[in-house]
Design a protein around this ligand. Structure first.
Ligand code: DAT
Ligand code: MG
Length: 140
């Protein structure tokens, strides 16, 4: 399979606890290359736009507040089968269900404050990368 790219966010709960490096190491140890990386602080409106697919869910407002509560680190990860590999390294959405050794099993605090975001399909990966990065910022 050709190299694939996926979009990742290290979320506020993790940046606040100084876990950026520990999480990046998990990606690199899994064979994912960080080809773009930046630390930003989203407004609640920007968080709402990013997560608009969840607008009707009961946790949407809380999710947007959380995502705007502290800086995040946005990254593009590249590798063979990067989308699925990243989801594997992240672990299940609810850390209580996440496999041992995954980022969420080790670091997540709750289903809402679960340390990382990762794209779920090629279309969303392409959209999310384009939302946060220009082509010039992707350095393979
Ligand atoms: P994932 O982040 O694993 O792709 P998702 O896309 O279903 O999960 O949900 C997006 C985020 O919304 C998730 O990372 C945390 C939050 N979330 C999901 N389900 C939740 C719930 N039941 N209660 C609170 N927050 C939730
Ligand atoms: Mg998702």
């Amino acid at each position: 399979m050709a190299l694939e790219r996926t979009f990742s966010i290290i979320k506020p709960d993790a940046t606040k606890r100084n876990l950026t490096g520990a999480i990046a190491k998990k990606f690199e140890d899994a064979g994912l290359r960080i080809v773009a990386s930046k630390r930003i602080h989203l407004s609640k409106a920007q968080a709402g736009e990013f997560y608009k697919v969840h607008a009707e869910r009961p946790f949407y407002d809380e999710l947007c507040e959380f995502m705007a509560s502290a800086p995040i680190v946005c990254q593009v990860l590249e590798g063979e089968n990067a989308i699925a590999k990243n989801r594997e390294v992240m672990g299940a959405t609810n850390p209580a269900d996440a496999e041992a050794g995954t980022i969420r099993a080790e670091f997540a605090e709750s289903v809402g404050e679960n340390s990382v975001h990762g794209s779920d399909a090629p279309e969303t990966a392409a959209e999310e990368i384009a939302y946060f990065f220009s082509g010039l910022e992707l350095v393979g």
